[in-house]
Write a protein that binds this ligand. Structure first.
Ligand code: CDP
Ligand code: MG
Length: 134
C-alpha cells in the first residue's frame, strides 16, 4: 500500500466541488485516510511550493493558494501516487484527458482544482509537511 498527498484548491472549494472530486477519488479505489480543511498562510504555501520559487508563476500561485480554504488529504492504495496523478490529469486543463478531475473541474492552468504528489519521495515530504505532527 502506497500513500500520496493531495489538495482540493481554493477555486474548487469555492465552487462546492469537494464532494464531486472526492467521489471520483473514492470510485477510483483510492482511500482517504487523512483530511483537514484550512486556509493556508503565505509561509505555509511558499514552503510547500519551494521547488517553484524561481518560476514566474510562483507569486501568483502562492496568492491563489492562500485565497480561501483548501482541503488537505492523504490517500492510500496500490500505486497511489501514479494512479492519483492519472486521475487528476495534466497540469494544464487544456491538455488533460477526458474524464480527469482537471478536465472536468479546472478553471485555468493556475486554478486547476487539485494538487497531487508527483513521486513517492514528494509524497513522503508532503504528507509530513501537512500531517507530520501525528
Ligand atoms: O500541480 P502539478 O504537479 O501538475 O504542476 P507543477 O508544475 O508542479 O505546478 C504546480 C502548480 O503551479 C500547478 O498545479 C498550477 O496550479 C501552477 N502553475 C501555474 O500557475 N502556471 C504554470 N505555468 C505551471 C504551474
Ligand atoms: Mg507538482
Amino acid at each position: 500500500m502506497e500513500k500520496t498527498f493531495g489538495i482540493i484548491k481554493p477555486n474548487a472549494v469555492q465552487k462546492n466541488l469537494i464532494g464531486k472530486i472526492l467521489t471520483l477519488i473514492e470510485e477510483s479505489g483510492l482511500k482517504v485516510v487523512e483530511a483537514r480543511m484550512e486556509t493556508l498562510t503565505k509561509p505555509q504555501a511558499e514552503g510547500f511550493y519551494a521547488e517553484h520559487k524561481e518560476r514566474p508563476f510562483f507569486g501568483s500561485l502562492v496568492n491563489f493558494m492562500t485565497s480561501g480554504p483548501v482541503l488537505l488529504f492523504v490517500l492510500e492504495g496500490n500505486n497511489a501516487v501514479e494512479n492519483y496523478r492519472k486521475l487528476m490529469g495534466a497540469t494544464d486543463p487544456a491538455k488533460a484527458a477526458p474524464g480527469t478531475i482537471r478536465k472536468l473541474y479546472a478553471d485555468s492552468l493556475e486554478a486547476n482544482s487539485v494538487h497531487g504528489s508527483d513521486s513517492t519521495a514528494s509524497a513522503a515530504r508532503e504528507v509530513a509537511y501537512f500531517f507530520g505532527d501525528k
